[in-house]
Ligand binder design. Structure first.
Ligand code: PEP
Ligand code: MG
Length: 754
């Protein structure tokens, strides 16, 4: 008869909690832990192996094996059954371990008499960082419930170690397992600024105290209620979407629904709760296991599905915590950390409590980066694994220019960052001094500096920065942050506020630029293979004219008595522009017939973002009142590089000779055709890039408001005649980037680049 476990997993978890609360050394707690687990599972041996730097798994505590082997036995990656568990991330359950090909005999442990072996991985955040084993002398197969129970214990153990509940740096000289230790990361600075603050996790992990259930029955009910609420919300997404953008495939949300109703998923979470976990911990455990399995499969389709499931699990956690108000509870000096984030999610947080943002994934021109810059929020992206390394409340210092991030920094680092901040404040004061001075080169060429905006909170920057107007108002942001589609009256109200706040300064409203990386949370969207080349911007507007018509109607109404400037995004063909312009004309005519107050003048421009349009300037200039170069998309398309994919977004430099030659060609043709041309991509806001653009003949640049000061100082120290000659010569070169040559030119001529 196989031995029967006494007490069951819940008793075990309760004991685990008691041991954790004891005020003894980490080693003593670990020793107790293995004794208790062995007794509870009626095993003769219980051991904990933890991963050391360099991947070796070290025996940290044991009941039953030779105690002298603790901290001496180390298994290399993949070595022995313990290595097998770590490598596969799966439990290994054997009735005759010594006969298994992976069995590796370690004489110092004295484990030869044990036949049965059960090992489970200690997993956190989809990574294995230890193995928990039990062994018995007699040959037996451990029951499914025993495997489950051991996995639950391993999960709690993972969290305890990661959150510093067992070790502290003083006790254990082990970098990988010392959660208190300072860590330095380097990512990519996407929005300038220096900040020191405390970590606030966008997707917080369940704390150890909240992992073990007091009342499992209650937890089951909580889980069921949350699953029910999740299903309802997904069903609602499908049924009550106000906007049917495709009317065809509902694949994405259908998949969500499929997952949300998946009985296997629900059952796995229920099982996890039955082992004694809280509902939150159960969701995490099932998710962790799934993530680990998928990451080992190397199947892109499955990975995509895993993202969906991750997203769903996060939603479920939000239902469990009733977390609608999370953003409101954020402490005052928070630095927000997330794996990835959409612009709408960022805007959920209170700007006045937010000091900076750190993301594991985001590209320079991604929408969340643009919004962060608009909010004047320092942002560093591409910081791998920081959300796993950080704990809520940790001190963190970031530099949004260099991309440096210090987690739990030493005092000297904090002091250095404070000094940087003071220096920046000094620079900002210098910009304030030039605010009311004109942007004129030393040889008298006037450049119009406009700002980019998209939210009401951007508009005060118009006056603070001294911008000449809003050169690009991204109207889609307002659509992206809401829960539902804004009604006509909401849109009129919103545009009126912007126009009033701008006063005499011009505002260029770009019509909805949806698709690509900009999707509406409440709209049905057909998943596309290549969204950047897909159904987006003006293409949607022409296929669904009601959207554009209402927006134009709102803009016309809000601009009564003023000049309205409309900009159409992603125009690739003249006839496309003409169709949209005809729609604007029809709306104007409608207002005239209804004798409604109208704008004094309506100007309609085209964004030049599709390379094909660069060859049609004489023609488009006959229809359009102005052209604005969207260099983010234009160069991304010209170089065939996905601007939202951090793996490739940096492969080309905006200061490549081809980029400058293309822009030069556009400026020339537009000017020859007697048209007005400006540039509103991110490069306009970088002083060195802007210097090249001025050299290419651009007279209007539109950028984030924070960049107006630095660009103006650059212009006021520049000689146009010299830079235009220099840039002209550079266009003929074969360099990968002209950045260093331009920088050398600036240094030689005393051009201010700060
Ligand atoms: C651009 O493409 O350069 C641009 C300004 O538009 P967005 O970044 O909003 O796509
Ligand atoms: Mg664009």
């Amino acid at each position: 008869m196989p031995p029967v476990a006494t007490g069951g997993p819940r008793t075990l978890l309760r004991r685990l909690r008691e041991i954790m609360a004891e005020q003894t050394s980490a080693q003593m707690r670990l020793d107790k832990l293995v004794t208790v687990i062995a007794a509870n599972m009626v095993a003769e041996v219980c051991s904990i192996y933890l991963r050391r730097a360099g991947k070796a798994l070290e025996l940290f505590a044991t009941e039953g094996l030779n105690p002298a082997a603790v901290h001496r036995t180390r298994m290399k990656a993949g070595e022995g059954l313990v290595g097998l568990v770590a490598e596969t991330g799966e439990p290994v359950n054997l009735s005759d371990a010594p006969s298994h090909p992976h069995f590796s005999y370690r004489p110092e442990t004295g484990e030869d008499p044990y036949h049965s072996f059960l090992g489970v991985p200690i997993v956190r955040g989809g990574q294995v960082f230890g193995v928990l084993t039990v062994q018995n002398r007699a040959s037996r197969q451990y029951a499914e419930e025993e495997v489950e129970a051991l996995q639950t214990v391993a999960m709690v153990l993972a969290e305890v170690v990661a959150q510093g509940g067992l070790f502290n740096v003083a006790e254990l000289d082990e970098p990988d397992l010392s959660p208190e230790r300072p860590r330095k990361f380097r990512g990519e600075g996407l929005s300038e600024g220096v900040a020191v603050g405390h970590v606030f996790l966008h997707e917080p992990r369940v704390l150890v105290e909240r992992m073990i259930a007091d009342n499992p029955q209650e937890e089951l009910i909580r889980l069921e209620t949350a699953i029910g609420a999740l299903r309802d919300s997904v069903d609602q997404m499908l049924d009550s979407s106000e906007l049917d953008l495709t009317g065809e495939s509902r694949e994405v949300i259908e998949t969500y629904r499929l997952f949300a109703h998946d009985q296997g998923w629900r059952q796995r979470m229920r099982d996890a709760v039955r082992t004694g976990l809280t509902a939150e911990a159960a969701v995490e455990r099932v998710q962790d296991e799934m993530r680990l399995r998928v990451s080992r499969l190397n199947d892109p389709v499955l990975r995509e599905r895993a993202h969906d499931l991750d997203d769903l699990a996060r939603r479920l956690l939000r239902h469990l915590s009733g977390d609608g108000n999370k953003a409101a509870n954020m402490p005052k000096d928070s630095v927000l950390l997330a794996r990835a984030m959409g612009p709408a999610e960022l805007l959920d947080y209170r700007r006045d409590h937010l000091h900076a943002l750190v993301l594991e994934e985001a590209a320079t021109t991604s929408h969340v980066a643009i919004v962060a810059r608009a909010m004047g929020l320092p942002l560093v992206s591409g910081v791998d694994e920081i959300t796993d390394a950080a704990r809520a409340g940790d001190l963190v210092a970031i530099d949004g220019e260099s991309g440096e991030v210090h987690l739990r920094p030493a005092e000297e680092i904090v002091a250095a960052f404070e000094a940087k901040r003071t220096l920046r404040a000094h620079r900002v004061a210098q910009y304030a001094e030039v605010r009311d001075l004109p942007a004129v080169t030393r040889d008298g060429v006037h450049i119009r500096l406009m700002m980019n905006a998209g939210l009401l909170l951007d508009v005060p920057h118009l006056h603070e920065s001294g911008a000449d107007g809003i050169g690009l108002f991204r109207t889609e942001l307002q659509f992206m942050i809401g829960e539902t589609m804004p009604r006509l009256s909401d849109q009129i109200e919103f545009y009126s506020q912007i126009i009033d706040a701008a006063g005499d300064k011009p505002v260029v409203f770009r019509t909805l630029d949806l698709g690509g990386d900009k999707v509406l949370p409440y709209a049905r969207w057909e998943r596309e293979e290549n969204p950047a080349l897909g159904w987006r911007a003006i293409r949607i507007a022409l296929d669904r004219p009601a959207l554009l018509r209402y927006q134009v109607r709102a803009l016309l109404t809000a601009s009564a008595g003023k000049v309205l400037r409309i900009l159409l995004p992603m125009v690739s063909d003249v006839s496309e522009f003409n169709q949209a312009r005809a729609l604007v004309d029809r709306e104007t005519e409608r207002m005239r017939l209804l004798v409604l107050p109208q704008p004094r003048q309506v100007l309609v421009g085209a964004m030049l973002e599709v390379p094909a349009l660069a060859f049609m300037l004489p023609q488009i200039m006959r229809s359009a009142d102005f052209v604005s170069i969207g260099s983010n998309d234009l160069l991304s398309l010209a170089f065939a590089v996905d601007r939202t994919n951090p793996r490739v977004a940096r492969r080309y430099d905006m200061l490549h000779p081809a980029a400058l030659t293309l822009i030069r060609q556009i400026v020339r043709s537009a000017t020859e055709a007697g048209g007005e041309v400006s540039l509103c991509g991110e490069m306009a806001g970088r002083p060195l890039d802007a210097m090249a653009l001025v050299g290419l003949g651009l007279r209007t640049l539109s950028m984030s408001p924070g960049n107006i000061g630095p660009v103006k100082m650059m212009i006021r120290s520049l000689n146009y005649g010299e830079v235009s000659q220099f840039v002209e010569r550079l266009c003929g070169r074969a360099d990968h980037s002209l950045r260093s040559r331009l920088a050398a030119f600036a240094a030689e001529r005393g051009v201010v680049l700060k």
